[in-house]
Design a protein around this ligand. Structure first.
Ligand code: HXC
Length: 258
């Protein structure tokens, strides 16, 4: 498929999606969401892809949902169409790891999209924020929920109520991003990290991701039980035998994804 608002590339076993709507600072219009959905579906279905990197430009990961597209929508428009629901599901339910490589602005829906990914690598110029309050609305793709889980109630509340932006250092200190990378190295580093994940056993990576995600959805006792059962199930795979044998034999494992 030819895309207008994203650029899609494959680097070894890593799928790379770059949001590419520079004139609007990668504002997330409906067509961009559809293209993102399509690209993610393609990578999800492709056995040769082990992990995905989602990035934007040096100036903006994404400056939010497209305000100009939203400004005239009515309540019935957004309610009946369940506005914004599909994309959230696609990113959130992706079984392969998705790394957000964020440079510049990640605001509103842009910040929410980054938070839907499995982890965020931030360039030193990254700016995160939920400025919807200044537009007379509130975050609509999980911002009030995910930001609060990442950075805690006080900071999330301040950010959502004031719309102020948070720089990369504060974002790292607060647990929103896993680490900061110099801007010039951001995408290469994200692809390196994604490649290192893609070299591992795909089913085991999926199980690990599922277990970490579970911690957001359930009690500690249930989460630990879920993890224990998934851990047990890894012993039914050939890759667990290969991984442990390779360690004992001092060689690199050759995972077969089964
Ligand atoms: C539509 C946008 C946009 C957006 C920027 N642009 N953000 N268009 N929707 N979210 C457009 C501008 O209109 C402008 O187009 C061009 O991109 C460049 O933007 P400037 O404002 O001129 O750039 P700059 O002065 O560098 O300021 C950058 C900025 C500012 C601070 C990021 O653009 C800004 O505040 N943008 C809005 C951020 C925001 O409120 N995001 C939340 C959106 S609501 P022209 O044609 O004039 O050149 C949201 C709802 C979430 O996300 C609900 C779930 C998704």
């Amino acid at each position: 498929m030819a895309y207008s608002h994203i650029a899609v590339d494959i680097k070894g076993s890593v799928g790379v999606i770059r949001l590419d709507r520079p004139k609007a600072l990668n504002a997330l219009c409906a067509e961009l969401f559809m293209e993102l959905d399509e690209a993610l579906n393609g990578f999800e279905a492709d056995d040769a892809i082990g992990a995905v990197v989602l990035t934007g430009s040096n100036k903006a990961f994404a400056a939010g949902a497209d305000i100009k597209e939203m400004q005239t929508k009515t309540y019935m428009d957004v309610y009946k169409k369940n506005f914004l629901t599909g994309c959230e599901e696609r990113v959130d339910t992706s079984r392969k790891p998705i790394i957000a490589a964020v440079a510049g602005y990640a605001l509103g829906g842009g910040c929410e999209l980054a938070m839907m990914c499995d982890f965020i690598l931030a360039a030193d110029n990254a700016q995160f924020g939920q400025p919807e309050i200044k537009l007379g609305t509130i975050p609509g793709m999980g911002g009030t929920q995910r930001l609060t889980r990442f950075v805690g109630k006080s900071k999330a509340m301040e950010m959502c109520l004031t719309g102020r932006m948070m720089g990369a250092e504060e974002a790292e200190r607060s647990g929103l991003v896993s680490r900061i990378v110099p801007l010039d190295d951001l995408v290469d580093e994200a692809i390196n990290v994604a490649s290192s994940i893609a070299e591992l056993s795909q089913p085991i990576v999926m199980m690990c991701k599922e277990s970490v995600k579970k911690s957001y959805e359930t009690t500690l006792a249930e989460g630990i039980m879920f993890e224990r059962r998934v851990f047990h199930s890894t012993f039914s795979t050939e890759d667990q035998k290969e991984g442990m044998s390779a360690f004992a034999e001092k060689r690199t494992p050759d995972f077969k994804n089964c």
